[in-house]
Write a protein that binds this ligand. Structure first.
Ligand SMILES: *Cc1c(COP(=O)(O)O)cnc(C)c1O
Length: 446
């Protein structure tokens, strides 16, 4: 049996209709370097989705690989209750200098969803232990994405992922979130005062008293199709959370680590959340690890004699894994020593201009949105009335397959094609992937 046959015999791939693999066989990747992943025939694919948004500094980055190799022969893993190690300690010390002020305590988990779960439990338990046991609800935006485990899926608002599980999910206060492309107030993304926040205000008035936390993806609802909204919304949200004693949980799993042009998206709004969740870019895309970072105020509500029963009795076997921590630490070294955020900013400006030039006035592109190095184009049937294609046509998926033939990995979100490349992408590669995307859309639609 060849590799593809064996793959299909044994492996159930994530987020896939396995029947699609009859037509598009799994692409077996043999090795990778920088922006490129190479299949077993040595065909390169430009990975402009950073392998699910986690690859931050290119594949097989020598510095990160070396850091892991060094750590590997010293300590591979150790129980993290009562025990600790240098990579974890150094990582937290370094991150504490970069993270928005007030975030001082680092809780480790081993993937993004589990960081969200930890944050939700932490928030609920905080209120329970500070005299507000009625605070049991969570608020979240329409089109939110916070992961796939049941708690995280509950706060998510993308039906594609959660619809069927509704009977199993927590009851959430769902707030109609910003939708700048189809703004109901007739505003424009870059010139508005987040009038749509009134939906959240009403929800706070009604449910604020019984709400534990509001979860939000700062500035970019990524899985929803890279929906970008203005910082003004976050500022208002921070204020409202303060008024109603509701925690603000910032899910920076996708947007943290320079993706939006700043280290953390919250910085655009100059706000600090009560809990910030990090993963994906955290280890440069090398190892599964996540963090829920919180404040002294929350931490102190758990600090008591053991028999008071206030401890946070939450753990994951692989939390604080030393290999992952050493990768994460090296990522910070590289960001600092190689001035990566500054380079990413310049790359972002170049890429945005290029995308704008290539795709504006295109007969099937309704919206071009951009922040930092994230660029997205929304394919629609008719830009004049913003009408989407029938979802059955799977236009985005067709464009994806076409671009793959030409060696570019552009896995879309519905009919939104996006670019979310490693921060170190080069100009020639931005030129290449934009051209391939242009041709792929042409071949499918024109
Ligand atoms: C990917 C993602 C998650 C979930 O992280 P996993 O590691 O896939 O569980 C949560 N929130 C956001 C915003 C994400 O992009």
């Amino acid at each position: 049996m060849n590799l593809i046959q064996s793959d299909l015999k044994y492996i159930w791939h994530p987020c896939s209709q396995m029947k699609d693999y009859e037509e598009l066989a799994p692409i077996i990747i043999d090795h990778a370097k920088g922006l490129y992943i190479y299949d077993t025939q040595n065909k390169p694919y430009a990975d402009v989705v950073s392998s699910w948004w986690c690859n931050l500094l290119g594949h097989c980055n020598e510095r990160i690989s070396d850091a892991i190799k060094q750590q590997l022969d010293k300590l591979e893993h150790v129980i993290f209750a009562n025990f600790s190690h240098t990579p974890a300690i150094n990582l937290c010390e370094r991150l504490s200098k970069k993270i928005p002020k007030g975030l001082t305590k680092f809780f480790f988990t081993d993937n993004g969803s589990s960081a969200i779960e930890a944050a939700m439990k932490m928030s609920f338990q905080y209120h329970y232990q500070t005299g507000n046991p009625q605070k049991k609800k969570f608020m979240a935006l329409s089109d939110a994405y916070h992961g796939e485990t049941l708690g995280a899926l509950s706060v998510g608002g993308v039906d594609l992922y959660s619809e069927i599980y509704k009977p199993l999910l927590l009851d959430i206060v769902r707030i109609e979130g910003p939708d700048c492309y189809r703004c109901k107030y007739g505003n424009f993304r870059d010139y508005c005062n987040a009038e749509c926040f009134e939906n959240a205000e009403k929800a706070f008035e009604k449910y604020g008293y019984e709400t534990s936390a509001f979860l939000v993806e700062p500035l970019v609802q990524a899985a929803a199709g890279m929906k970008i909204y203005p910082p003004a919304y976050l500022k208002k949200l921070r204020n409202c959370c303060n008024t109603y004693n509701v925690h603000l949980i910032a899910d920076e799993i996708a947007v943290g680590y320079g993706r939006t042009g700043k280290m953390f998206a919250c910085e655009h709004a100059q706000i600090s959340p009560d809990i910030m969740c990090l993963s994906k870019g955290l280890t440069g895309g090398y190892m599964p690890m996540a963090l829920a970072v919180t404040t002294d105020t929350i931490f102190n509500a758990f600090y008591a004699d053991y028999n008071d029963g206030k401890a946070f009795m939450h753990s994951h076997t692989y939390c604080g894994n030393p290999l992952a921590c050493s990768a994460a630490l090296e990522v910070l070294n590289i960001l600092d020593e190689e001035d990566i955020l500054e380079k990413a900013k310049l790359n972002g400006e170049y890429f945005h201009t290029l995308i704008q030039e290539t795709f504006s006035n295109h007969p099937y592109i309704g919206d071009i949105r951009n922040i930092g190095l994230i660029n997205a184009i929304e394919l629609v049937q008719d830009p004049s009335n913003k009408k989407s294609f029938e979802s059955k046509k799977r236009i985005g998926y067709e464009v994806y397959k076409e671009a793959l033939k030409m060696g570019v990995l552009l896995r879309p979100l519905g009919d939104v094609i996006y670019f979310n490349p490693p921060l170190i992408i080069e100009k020639k590669d931005m030129d290449l992937v934009t051209q391939v995307c242009r041709s792929a859309i042409k071949n499918i639609l024109e």
